[in-house]
Design a protein around this ligand. Structure first.
Ligand code: C2E
Ligand code: CA
Ligand code: CA
Length: 852
């Protein structure tokens, strides 16, 4: 609505406008140039001007055209109307009383009052006086004698915008006006005075008129608005659809007067309005529902969502968004600026690791460039937030924020697990492959890179005897020691089993690799105490150096592994640099393993027997069974070469079983006082079937248990596990003799003697070989023999090759000897002949024994 000029104060202007809009009269104010300067709502209503058609600044000419166009003055042109109004304006310009006139407008009587106020202009007040005038006239009718009709009354009747009919006390028509006749298209005969009301009613009923019940909401609403109270009202619908409201008022003489008003247009308008309102309400309900649905949808999202307009003010955000940043409710309100939210986040520890400025600059760029993008932001509080930025056409944007910390943590964990060994957490082969680029980059820069390959010595024994639990702890301990030995830039990896590798980039001097290898060997070899067990293992190391031994990780690893193989072959606790030709050795080992798998089935294995001579009687008391493999291409292969392969491949179990049966079978053919000794590998104690294999071999051969000796090495007792000791005791309990083989090569040989009551100690041949006057070995041998005597254990000296050695061990009190001095291992077929003759090398004072 237009606003009165000069009303500068907004509030005051608003109040004035509201007051004028609800005024019962219409107002229009014109300036001296005949331009509309003010009008109110009632003015628009009276003349049925559609919203927006009447504007401030419109000329009188324009308005005259408009009001004629909407049909306010039928039969009058716009020019005529303009002329009439200009005439009026002129008439009152000089001042004086307002110019008042009544005009019918669309069935209503509108009274206009024109006045001129200097400084304001022409003020026209428009008043709907229809009801007022009708009341006046009806009152006049009621008062006046019907027979004395004044001219004024007649004129009034004719000019009335409504139909009128009047009946006397007998219900006969007195008079009706033209409007009434038109309204109902009344035949002339029914309009004559004296016509009974019933006749009129009957005719009209017959024409299809219907009474509208008082409950009709539209009709009653219209009547309610436009009619004075306390009058009888009925409403009817004519066959053509017009709706007529009828008011009836009694007269003093007993008659009554009826006013008929065509309210079709009002009802139709009202109905339309109502329908529009209802539709709007429906629309609202839909919108509200949509709103609710929208709210529910965004609040059920797993991601945080926020929408900002182009001035960086929040339009909407969801609960999850607030949760992620722990925003207080006041920062969730529409209109909150991005700056306020970001400041809050920063103030509460949610600062991106990349830094505040960088983060803000990044966000700004997205907004100004209007690009869609997804970024991940790592926060100082440890979380990772994935932000998707989606620009909107109007310059604002929608962003989703998702806390992906857990996801990323899991991914990182999985990635770590895939690239690390689960037990020791050392990098694995996958990691090494990934590191390849970095290391090979170093090689390309002509840095010396060393690769050390390690293999634990005796680890298999630890695992087999102490169990995997202890084995695992040994590996973890070794891993920690290796880590401690290396620099940060070095990579210590576990390649699998008991194999490790150390990658050393940027080596200053190739000779440093040897120093590092020595350090590694020393560190790993230090005894470790695990779960109350003293465990001692060692390691062998192979070294390959770039660029000579290879320029890729893969080649360096392969060559270091070959150098390692050489180290192991040369005795444990060694390191070796890679040399050309080593690959053949590895190739060889693989061939051995493949061949061994079929050796037993093909009958390529056989036993040789070496005698043990009792020094007391100078007679053979026992034969040790020693395995040989007749390889179809390579000839005879020594057990020192293939037994470790058999142990590692698991073939030892079936081979061992075969040795037991074969040795017992052969020994059963010897004299009763000759025993047989069989070597057992620790791996054979792993399978619970050992005792069964032994007893079956004895039973099958018919050999007495006391004629069998079983030789075990110290490594078996690295772990005095319940199971191992129990097996030993069960075998011992059967009457079988148990010998400790290779005594003195291990770490705590003496302590193992306490763990089990061995029948015999076999002193390793390395002590015998080193036996020379003044040598420490003599003292050791003397101590062992003394210990054996005090523990009730017999002693055998292995590897006797010379008379001097024999003399020495005999002097120390050794019980038995074995060695090339007497006999090398022989095939079974040679034994009877050997037993038939006396042993040489008897001391001079000993009589040569006679044999049957
Ligand atoms: P070992 O138990 O210490 O067996 C004695 C080894 O010393 C045999 O080597 C034998 O030929 C050798 N020897 C005997 N007298 C002398 C000597 O005077 N001087 C020198 N230098 N050596 C001598 P062989 O037969 O090559 O066996 C080597 C190892 O293989 C054995 O050592 C034993 O540990 C293992 N072995 C042999 N047969 C079997 C078997 O059936 N089962 C298991 N588990 N291991 C076996
Ligand atoms: Ca042996
Ligand atoms: Ca031995």
């Amino acid at each position: 609505m237009a606003q009165a000029e000069g009303s500068s104060d907004r509030t005051e202007g608003n109040a004035l406008r509201a007051a004028l809009d609800s005024a019962p009269q219409g107002y229009s104010v014109w300036d001296d140039e005949h331009r509309l300067v003010f009008f109110n709502q009632r003015y628009l209503d009276i003349y049925r001007f559609a919203p927006g058609t009447v504007r401030q600044g419109m000329t009188l000419a324009e308005l005259s055209g408009l009001t004629v166009a909407v049909g306010n003055y039928p039969g009058m042109t716009a020019d005529q109307l303009l002329a009439r109004n200009l005439e009026r304006f002129d008439a009152i310009r000089g001042g004086g009383p307002p110019l008042v006139s009544d005009k019918p407008v669309r069935g209503r009587l509108i009274r206009t009052s024109h006045s001129y106020t200097p400084g304001v202009g022409w003020v026209v007040i428009h008043d709907d006086v229809t009801d007022e005038i009708e009341h006046q006239w009806m009152a006049d009718l009621q008062e006046k004698n019907l027979t004395t009709q004044s001219r004024r009354f007649e004129a009034a009747l004719t000019n009335m915008p409504h139909g009128l009919s009047m009946y006397d006390a007998e219900g006969r028509l007195v008079i009706c006006n033209d409007r009434y006749k038109q309204m109902y298209a009344m035949p002339e005969e029914l309009c004559r005075p004296g016509t009974p009301f019933e006749d009129v009613a009957a005719v009209r009923k017959a024409s299809g008129l219907v009474d509208i019940p008082g409950s009709d909401e539209f009709v009653s609403a219209v009547i309610e608005q436009g009619t004075a109270k306390n009058e009888t009202v009925e409403a009817i619908r004519l066959p053509d659809g017009r709706i007529i409201a009828i008011r009836q008022a009694p007269m003093e003489n007993g008659g009554f007067v009826r006013i008929h008003e065509d309210i079709s247009a009002q009802v139709a308008r009202f109905e339309k309005l109502r329908r529009a309102e209802a539709e709007a309400a429906d629309q609202n309900r839909v919108l509200t529902r949509q709103n609710l649905r929208f709210d529910a949808a965004i609040n059920n999202m797993t991601q945080g969502l926020c929408m900002f307009d182009k001035s960086e003010q929040l339009v909407v955000c969801n609960q999850r968004y607030a949760q992620i940043y722990n925003l207080p409710p006041e920062l969730m309100r529409a209109g909150t600026t991005l700056g306020e939210i970001v400041a809050y986040r920063f103030a509460h520890g949610m600062v991106p690791i990349s830094g505040r400025d960088q983060y803000l600059a990044g966000r700004k760029r997205l907004v100004t460039d209007g690009i869609e993008a997804t970024d991940e932001i790592e926060l100082e509080d440890g979380r990772t937030i994935s932000i998707h930025h989606q620009p909107m056409p109007d310059g604002g944007w929608v962003a989703t924020h998702e806390d992906v910390s857990e996801q990323r943590r899991i991914e990182a964990r999985v990635r770590h697990l895939a690239r690390h060994d689960a037990l020791t957490d050392l990098p694995n082969r996958v990691y090494l492959r990934e590191e390849t680029r970095r290391i090979e980059g170093a090689i390309e820069r002509e840095e010396t890179v060393a690769v050390l390959c390690l293999d634990l010595d005796r680890f298999k024994d630890v695992n087999d005897t102490l169990g995997h639990g202890i084995g695992d702890q040994v590996l973890v301990t070794v891993a920690n020691r290796l880590r401690a030995c290396s620099r940060e830039m070095d990579v210590v990896a576990r390649l699998g089993g008991d194999e490790f590798a150390v990658l050393i980039p940027a080596l200053e001097d190739p000779r440093d690799a040897a120093t590092i290898a020595e350090r590694v060997i020393r560190s790993v070899s230090e005894p470790m105490e695990i779960d109350g067990h003293q465990v001692a293992i060692g390691t062998s190391v192979g070294i390959a150096l770039s660029p000579g031994d290879g320029s890729s990780i893969e080649t360096l690893l392969k060559n270091a592994d070959m150098a390692l193989y050489r180290s192991k072959g040369e005795g444990r606790g060694n390191f070796h640099f890679f040399e050309r030709g080593m690959d053949e050795a590895l190739q060889h080992r693989r061939l051995l393993e493949q061949g061994l798998k079929v050796a037993l089935a093909r009958g390529e294995l056989r036993l040789m027997y070496q005698p043990l001579v009792d020094l007391g009687s100078n007679r053979i008391c026992c034969f040790e069974a020693l395995l040989r493999w007749d390889h179809p291409q390579r000839g005879v292969i020594s057990p020192t070469e293939f037994i470790p392969v058999a142990e590692e491949s698991g073939l030892i179990s079936s081979i061992g079983e075969w040795v037991l049966r074969e040795a017992c079978r052969v020994a059963a053919g010897w004299p009763d006082d000759i025993r047989v000794a069989v070597n057992l590998s620790p791996a054979q104690f792993k399978s619970r079937g050992l005792v069964g294999h032994v007893t079956r071999a004895l039973a099958e051969a018919g050999l007495a248990a006391h004629r069998l000796e079983l030789e075990v090495t110290e490594s078996l007792l690295l772990a005095d596990t319940e199971q191992t000791l129990e097996t030993l005791h069960r075998l011992h309990g059967l009457g079988i003799r148990i010998s400790m083989d290779d005594f003195g090569t291990g770490y705590s040989s003496l302590s193992y003697l306490r763990a089990f009551p061995f029948d015999k100690i076999k002193i390793d041949r390395s002590f015998i070989a080193g036996l020379a006057p003044g040598d420490g070995s003599a003292a050791i041998i003397r101590a062992v023999i003394g210990l054996g005597q005090s523990l009730g254990m017999a002693t055998t000296a292995e590897g006797i090759e010379t008379e001097a050695q024999l003399k020495a061990v005999r002097e120390q009190g050794c019980n038995e000897v074995q060695g090339f001095l007497f006999s090398p291992p022989l095939p079974a077929s040679s034994i009877p002949a050997l037993l038939g003759r006396p042993m040489p090398h008897a001391p001079e004072d000993m009589p040569v024994p006679a044999r049957a």
